[in-house]
Design a protein. Structure first.
Length: 76
């Protein structure tokens, strides 16, 4: 599933992206990955009946603790 979702961007940005399968809590894995990243991109879902984005616990933690810039991309 991951290969299919990243197929287009992985081919375009082959030299600047990497994929790793990590088995640990998402918050810990993303904070660890951000320690060596230039940019961390995460998605956010819109919740029905609520205007704007509602950030979850993981996204909130990344914004406050990641040592690199964090971009939040809303679900379309």
């Amino acid at each position: 599933m991951l290969d299919g979702a990243l197929r287009g961007s992985a081919e375009t940005y082959r030299d600047t992206t990497s994929r790793r399968l990590i088995e640990k809590p998402a918050r810990a894995a993303l904070l660890e990955a951000s320690s060596t990243a230039d940019l961390l991109i995460v998605g956010a879902r819109r919740r029905l009946g609520h205007p704007g984005l509602r950030l979850g616990l993981i996204t909130h933690a990344l914004l406050h603790h990641a040592p690199c810039p964090v971009v939040i991309v809303p679900q379309i």
